[in-house]
Design a protein around this ligand. Structure first.
Ligand code: A4P
Ligand code: MG
Length: 186
């Protein structure tokens, strides 16, 4: 099967989110038939939805080239979530790790078990900003250019962490480079 470019949203607000995100990137490097090609800077973000008073999140996005099917990849992402202590209780509740399949190539799909692109991608600054950092030219199937989505997305308190102070100490099985740190998009 030819390789497909996918983007994965990473979020954590429990049990040392920095460690959770670091471990998640590491786990992505270990997926079979896949290659991690970019890691976004990390963002501290105010919680969207869910119970009042839940902690802020740490969010990031990864780009992955994979020969896995979308269903197989989602199953492996869910296995990583569980391995990192994810317990599903309430919707949008706090979590050790959430891995969302944001995009799988240009595939569109309305299955509730796997909706592509991710159904709330365009409403979430905590997804759009890190996605822009690693794929500024992206056009999202059904939704349009990422730059337009960023301009139109609901405001959210988010802070990009200085990547030099948040080293992603992972050991990729293949070389990849971090995109350079730039100012927030217009
Ligand atoms: N599912 C369908 N499509 C997908 C997809 N593209 N990727 C299904 C991943 N899963 C997909 O997900 C619920 C079901 O969605 C799964 O059974 C899967 O088959 P879940 O991870 O069990 O539950 P969830 O994450 O609580 O629900 P949901 O609806 O995915 O929530 P969101 O939209 O991901 O929001 N605030 C901040 N600041 N940062 C965050 O990261 N995250 C959420 C979760 C809420 N607020 C947040 C953040
Ligand atoms: Mg989720």
């Amino acid at each position: 099967m030819p390789s497909v470019r996918t983007y994965i949203g990473i979020g954590s607000n429990l049990n040392n989110p920095a460690n959770q995100v670091r471990q998640a990137f590491q786990a992505l490097t270990e997926l079979p038939a896949s290659r991690l090609t970019a890691c976004s800077p990390w963002y501290r973000t105010a919680p969207v939805g869910g119970p009042a008073g839940q902690p802020d999140y740490l969010n990031a996005v990864a780009a992955l080239e994979t020969e896995l099917t979308a269903d197989a990849l989602l199953a492996m992402l869910q296995a990583i979530e569980i391995a990192q202590g994810r317990v599903r209780t309430e919707r949008w509740g706090p979590r050790t790790l959430d891995l969302d399949l944001l995009l799988y190539g240009l595939v569109t799909c309305d299955d509730p078990q796997l909706t592509l692109p991710h159904p709330r991608l365009h409403q979430r600054a905590f997804v759009l900003y890190p996605l822009y950092d690693i794929a500024p030219e992206l056009t999202i199937p059904r939704l349009g250019p990422l730059t337009i989505l960023l301009k139109n997305c609901p405001p959210l308190s988010i802070t990009r962490l200085d990547i030099e102070n948040e080293p992603v100490t992972i050991m990729p099985s293949n070389p990849f480079s971090l995109k350079s740190f730039s100012n927030p998009p217009p």
